[in-house]
Design a protein around this ligand. Structure first.
Ligand SMILES: C[S@@+](CC[C@H](N)C(=O)[O-])C[C@H]1O[C@@H](n2cnc3c(N)ncnc32)[C@H](O)[C@@H]1O
Length: 287
């Protein structure tokens, strides 16, 4: 039986309102303004480059669309944009004119992003399950936001609605390993639940399940990469991690950074044990 985590939009909004400034200062992402993992692929030498690695994957999709569809401009939508670091990266590098819209559930993130980004970037405080935008985007992407979807089918059907035929969706996130979906022992299930509860991440499911849901929304899976081998894991010996979890759960600190830190530790254990994989999936809208 897989652990079940629930997280409402209000929970996730509060989580990011309380933690965003700390995430930005603790992660060393002052320049990239990203709230996602560093990927130390071969050739990556600095933290900025490791944080930009996933941006590069999205940029490659944007450039492919521009070249193969002979587009004169590109419309991008970031479904869970944080403080706009990915939009800033993409808009600065695309050679053709581009319009970028970012969505975040957190008013604080929207405020920070709007102070940094100028038109043609536009930031909306909105829910990606029900996007207040008309169709016609060439590229939609979600970096480490899909795990927060309480209704993943709805997320995918909204992404499909926003894209024009031939447009692409990139999802980069944690996925449950196929093996883990078949069965976990109690300790493994405990780490997974601590990660999901601490990060308000109800949607950790297998890539296979996501692909099936995407196909039902008219999105064809076209590419996939597992970046887990390029993460610098900081897993602890299991007993020590359990002791820290026990102590952390009893600390009188009420700030939302505490469950987030315990969630981070649990995620490291999950990645180390092979329960979770950090992957990027690309889909294309039919037609
Ligand atoms: C881990 S942060 C990633 C931010 C950004 N993609 C990045 O890489 O820096 C997750 C993001 O998902 C957003 N998010 C979570 N649930 C959302 C929802 N229902 N609608 C819109 N955004 C959501 C959060 O507001 C936050 O910006």
């Amino acid at each position: 039986m897989l652990p079940k985590t629930s997280a409402s939009a209000a929970d996730i909004r509060r989580y990011y309102n309380q933690n965003t400034r700390l995430f930005l200062s603790l992660s060393g992402s002052a320049r990239t303004q990203s709230i996602h993992r560093a990927v130390w692929a071969p050739g990556v030498r600095s933290l900025d480059a490791a944080l930009d690695y996933t941006h590069g994957l999205v940029l490659a999709q944007a450039e492919h669309l521009l070249a193969s569809h002979h587009l004169e401009s590109l419309k991008l939508v970031d479904l869970g944009c944080g403080v706009g670091g990915s939009l800033a990266y993409l808009l600065a590098r695309l050679k053709q004119p581009a319009l970028g819209v970012g969505l975040t559930i957190s008013p604080l993130q929207a405020h920070i992003a709007r102070r940094r980004l100028e038109p043609p970037a536009c930031i909306l405080e909105a829910d990606f399950h029900s996007v207040p935008l008309a169709a016609g985007f060439d590229l939609a992407y979600a970096i480490e936001s899909f795990v927060h979807a309480s209704q993943p089918e709805r997320f995918l059907s909204e992404a499909a609605r926003l894209l024009r035929p031939g447009g692409r969706l990139v999802i980069g996130d944690d996925f449950l390993a196929e093996q883990a979906a078949l069965g976990m022992d109690a300790a493994q299930a405990g780490w997974l639940k601590t990660y999901q509860d601490g990060w308000f991440a109800p949607n950790v499911t297998t890539a296979q399940t996501v692909k099936k849901m995407a196909i039902a929304s008219g999105l064809t899976p076209i590419w996939e990469v597992d970046l887990t081998p390029h993460l610098r894991l900081r897993a602890l010996p299991d007993r020590l991690a359990r002791l820290l979890l026990w102590a952390g759960e009893r600390l009188p600190l009420k700030h939302a950074i505490l469950p987030s830190m315990l969630g981070s530790m649990a995620l490291q254990q999950c990645l180390h044990m092979g329960l979770v994989r950090y992957c990027f999936l690309v889909f294309q809208k039919s037609g």
